[in-house]
Write a protein that binds this ligand. Sequence first.
Ligand SMILES: C[S@@+](CC[C@H](N)C(=O)[O-])C[C@H]1O[C@@H](n2cnc3c(N)ncnc32)[C@H](O)[C@@H]1O
Length: 205
Amino acid sequence: MANYSKPDSWALRAQREGYPARSVYKLSELNEQFRLLHPRGASTSRILDLGAAPGSWSLYVLRHIGQACQLTACDLSPLSRVHGKGLFDRDNFFFIQGDMTDEATQAAILERAPYHVVISDAAPATMGSRSIDTLRSLALAETALFYAETALTTGGNFAVKVFQGGDTITLLKRLREIFTSAKSFKPKACRRESFETYYLGLGKK
Ligand SMILES: C[S@@+](CC[C@H](N)C(=O)[O-])C[C@H]1O[C@@H](n2cnc3c(N)ncnc32)[C@H](O)[C@@H]1O
């Protein structure tokens, strides 16, 4: 059984670098490998971060792209404002606390469209049943894909977390139809025993 309460080297690095969660190194690797946050042709970036709490991915975007981006983030839970050190209070950041699958939240997210990049690290609270967890993760990934299909600009990039298993192949096939390039990638910071991975769609057609 994995011991998630013991901080590993990624968690210790996140603490040192002032991020609330180790997940930041998944986004940094996706960005370094695929220029995820820098889609071709976009000088300023409008970015949507789904499943954003406690806020590491948002903080990475704000620290690395700064004022050149307009970032909208959404989560059921609040962000860790103490880690934000004021960045979450700036004009180029907007947080929507709500369920990304419900209508009011959807309207608030789409009101701020279009986006050049949509990233989703949203994950269900796990139940310990792989089949149920996978189904719920797939439903969130499909919701993220809805936002990418509806609100991404041509040329825009997309990354979404999925739990492997279930019908994730269909999701990848849809990404291949919508994007110039689509692939699955598991960053080094994913726990070895975890069955999560990320699907990327680069360059919306
Ligand atoms: C792994 S955490 C995200 C970590 C985040 N990327 C970071 O770096 O701090 C997954 C998040 O998905 C959120 N989530 C799950 N279902 C959601 C939903 N229906 N709408 C919005 N957020 C959701 C959870 O509340 C949780 O904060």
